[in-house]
Design a protein around this ligand. Structure first.
Ligand SMILES: [Zn+2]
Length: 191
């Protein structure tokens, strides 16, 4: 596995590419876009391996959007580890690069990570709850251009919403209540 993206390649908050709506990706994928998808996923795989991430100095990530490596394209790599890491079969919960994703339905009920969210493009953690829809249905294309619909709940739903936000120029702290960042809302559960 050749790693092409290291921390110095990750675009940082303040770079205008993170605030632009990304362009749709067309199919069949160009060789350039196929390679980009592979390199984005490689970053995530290596970053989640404790030995390798130290070797390359990578911050662990579960998602990496194309604009986080400077490409304003509707594609994001997602690698969500197995829900039960104690299980022998540690197939990831989700591993794939998704293209042109759209949230087609979402619940009013919200969830937030108890510790707040983080982002590879935001060096200084912004504290506070990031309320997200508890359950979403997302439509996206895979590398072949085939269309899928997937329902996600709780943590995986949070990850997908964080990544899809990137493709629309949003960052997680945009959702934090500035006046009361840790305010508990009746409609929000914490995971
Ligand atoms: Zn992010």
């Amino acid at each position: 596995m050749t790693i092409r993206f290291t921390m110095d390649k990750i675009t940082k908050d303040g770079d205008p590419v993170l605030r632009k709506t990304a362009e749709k990706v067309s199919f069949p994928l160009s060789e350039e876009h196929r390679q980009l998808a592979e390199d984005m996923m490689t970053y995530l795989v290596v970053s989640q391996d404790p030995e390798q991430n130290e070797k390359y100095g990578l911050r662990p990530g579960v998602g990496l959007a194309a604009n986080q490596v400077g490409e304003s394209l509707q594609m994001t790599a997602i690698l969500i580890p197995s829900e039960d890491p104690a299980e022998e079969d540690d197939e990831p919960y989700f591993k794939g690069v998704i293209f042109n994703p759209v949230i087609i339905s979402e619940t009013v009920g919200r969830v937030a990570l108890e510790t707040g969210e983080g982002c590879l493009s935001v060096d200084e953690d912004v504290p506070g709850f990031v309320p997200r829809s508890k359950k979403i249905k997302v439509r996206y294309q895979d590398e072949k251009g085939d269309t899928y619909e997937k329902t996600l709940r709780n943590y995986p739903a949070i990850v997908f919403q964080h990544e899809i936000d990137h493709l629309h120029g949003k960052l997680y702290y945009d959702h934090i209540n500035k006046a009361e960042p840790w305010k508990v809302d009746d409609n929000t559960k914490y995971v």
